[in-house]
Write a protein that binds this ligand. Structure first.
Ligand SMILES: Cc1ncc(COP(=O)(O)O)c(C=O)c1O
Length: 389
């Protein structure tokens, strides 16, 4: 029996392949994982237990429970300057990842083109392909701190372009778009009548003078933006699988239909726990604690990388840093393999994030400070021994 070719178009992630190589390497320090190393705050776990004890163990509405949608609407107003109706413009999902495909499926037609700034999060291009569209990579450059520029977008837009995906703070580069960047991107989207998918899962992990802005909050933009977000990073809840999407009513209605025949609904007791967590100031104190610790690690890793001869842009958000390794003469894959074998440190080759990622590697600093220091020592030693810098 022949299998569908739609899934043939999406390849297993490069990251997985590298992790297979890392398996069994003793004393390995993994800087490859894209998830918080912090535990979910204790009171959120207590809320989940409470919800279980109350018997909240049945299906919820497909769109998610109203209490959580209301708590999200309050947060959107307070932190994002977005006025969304919890009854019609917010949907709860099983993590943010599934929103990319569901969001695209609301409007994309076969062979429509979607612009994606590269380097990019690994799910974007596969989601576009699964939705029947064509992913178009738009490079971002180290010289511009990996921020997307409209000049670059202009080179890739065609009459077939229907959408643009943006991701600020960015995985894998740590880039944060400024308000001016977003205003220019918004004008470009209006000019070409594009839908914008704005992935904001790292919104609370921002450093230096940078500030997070939601493009949906800009004048007149709400109706063409699908805002993607979730609790995996914010509350260190990756394994709980809870996300949310904000969009205009007809899009939410279509996504709810998708969810109805797919996940049915997100886990009910987790939705109750998260609604309470959003309104509990201890959750926001925990976020600030995490943010401060990420910041401390970020500063140290950035300094060490530059000192050892790997030129590195100082990231302004998320928990990734993206050093340039091109000058060593190795490809990003060769560099990552060498580091696994000789430094016993796992990094992700930049090529896993698209064409513009070649020449770089991604380091996640969602790892204990001391381990990061040890990893920096080991990388530096191999670079010196091999005379690569
Ligand atoms: C940019 C970006 N978007 C979305 C996700 C998916 O998050 P979730 O765990 O909510 O599905 C990730 C996870 O790494 C990410 O880095």
């Amino acid at each position: 029996m022949a299998l569908s070719d739609r899934l043939e178009r999406v390849n297993p992630s490069e990251i997985r392949k590298l992790f297979d190589l890392a398996q069994g390497v003793e004393g390995l320090i993994s800087l490859g994982i894209g998830e918080p190393d912090f535990d979910t705050p204790e009171h959120i776990k207590e809320y989940a237990k409470e919800a279980l004890d109350k018997g909240l163990t049945h299906y919820s509405p497909n769109v998610g429970i109203l209490e959580l949608r209301e708590a999200i609407a309050e947060k959107l107003k307070r932190d994002n300057n977005i006025d969304a109706d919890p009854k019609t413009q917010i949907m709860i999902t099983v993590g943010a990842n599934q929103i990319i495909l569901m969001g695209l499926a609301t409007f994309l037609k076969d062979n429509d083109e979607v612009l994606i700034p590269s380097p990019m999060f690994v799910s974007y291009a596969p989601a576009v392909l699964l939705a029947g569209g064509k992913p178009i990579e738009v490079p971002t450059y180290e010289e511009n701190e990996f921020r997307l520029s409209v000049d670059e977008l202009r080179k890739y837009v065609t009459p077939k372009t229907k959408a643009l995906i943006i991701n600020s703070p960015n995985n894998p580069t740590g880039a944060v778009l400024t308000k001016k960047d977003l205003e220019e991107i918004a004008d470009f989207a209006v000019e070409h009548d594009l839908v914008i998918l704005s992935d904001e899962v790292y919104e609370y992990f921002i450093y230096n003078e940078a500030k997070h802005y939601s493009i949906a909050s800009l004048n007149g933009m709400f109706d063409r933006v699908i805002t993607i977000n979730g609790f995996s990073k914010t509350f260190a809840m990756t394994g709980w699988r809870l996300g949310f999407v904000v969009a205009r009513e007809d899009m939410i209605e279509k996504m709810t239909r998708f969810q109805m025949y797919n996940a049915t609904c997100p886990v009910t007791f987790i939705q109750y726990a998260t609604a309470k967590a959003l309104r509990d100031k201890r959750s926001w104190e925990a976020v600030e604690e995490m943010r401060k610790e990420y910041d401390r690690r970020r500063k140290m890793v950035w300094k060490r990388l530059n000192e050892m001869g790997l030129p590195t842009v100082r990231p302004k958000g998320a928990f990734y840093i993206f050093p340039r390794i091109r000058d060593t003469g190795l490809t990003s894959k060769e560099f990552s393999e060498l580091m696994i074998k000789e430094a016993r440190v796992a990094l992700v080759p930049g090529s896993a994030f698209g064409k513009a990622g070649e020449g770089y590697v991604r380091i996640s600093y969602a790892t204990a400070y001391e381990k990061l220091e040890e990893a920096m020592d080991r990388i530096e030693k191999v670079l010196k021994e091999r005379k690569l810098v």
